[in-house]
Design a protein around this ligand. Sequence first.
Ligand SMILES: *Cc1c(COP(=O)(O)O)cnc(C)c1O
Length: 358
Amino acid sequence: MNPAHIEIDLNALRHNFSQMQKLAPKSKVIAVVKGNAYGHDAVLVAKTLDKADAFAVARLEEAVQLRESGITKPILLLEGCFNAEDLKIASQNECHTVIHCQEQLNDFLNTKLPKQMNVWLKVDTGMHRIGVQPEQVDTFVQQITSSENLQGNVNFVSHFYMADELTSKITHKQLEKFVAVTSKYPGEKSLSNSAGTLYWSDAHFDWIRPGISLYGISPRSDSHGQREGLEPVMTLKSQLIAVREHKAGETIGYGGNWVAPRDTKIGVIAMGYGDGYPRVAPNGTPVYINGRRVTIAGRVSMDMMTVDLGPDSTDKVGDEVVLWGKELPAEIVAQHVDTIAYELVIKIANRVKRIIKD
Ligand SMILES: *Cc1c(COP(=O)(O)O)cnc(C)c1O
């Protein structure tokens, strides 16, 4: 008996990595492992992806954790360091840092760092979240270059915000702006996340930065990884802990928001929002049991959820249930929950055991 757990398929992870590499054969790969590798276990993923040229994380603590576990490849801090103290720790740990604003530039210029650092200047090509404006680039490059803290050339990074929309003109504009601002400099360039790598072959530059695609999930919410040559790495599973006869007209669970349209059987699954399954998943959200999809009936609670198995079902207590993964793409569940699969996988709770398949 195995209640809420995830299976992590390392062969699928390696497969997805090589798919991304094949799409961008001239580029090096920064494997994005922020957020504990999107819920998959950052140390495990980094150790498995020994062909990656570098890793990227969002928080200094994530980088330090990788270093402490013996990862020696370059680690890029995607938003840089948030104060001078952190910058020193990042330098000590041989991280690559991003500089995206004046405060970070000041820290870099005014702090005596224990080791020289590789710097990636983040350019705002249209997302308007972080990054220096195109007209500021020359000044930033000059100042960073003047610092003894700098290792090598200043590198350049920018981020797409609509690369998952295949007919959008925005991505072309971002691409043009990135080239216009950075091409005169010798430093290395990186623009593409998963969507850029999958759908915009002109945007690969020196380094691609895939995240979600490594985990077998499509960056497009109207698609799924298996349709794009990817294999889901995480499968979220549990089991039935009760199968109950249920009369037409009766409700189930908190709020009584589901009413049985006919006599049926209800399956109770050991899985709830305490495991990271979204509480907002409405009636009708699919769940995979014994070769077919059934649907959620009643509100998801902390440790349990209920599905309508149908009047003729033969499912038994102990039968395996897949919430998302190989048999049921997380992207499809995400559509029902009105979110993206990124959010589903990253929210897996600590109490959910990880079982590694290799
Ligand atoms: C998270 C992130 C990525 C990876 O994006 P995916 O859509 O998961 O491929 C790449 N670059 C930056 C700056 C990011 O923050």
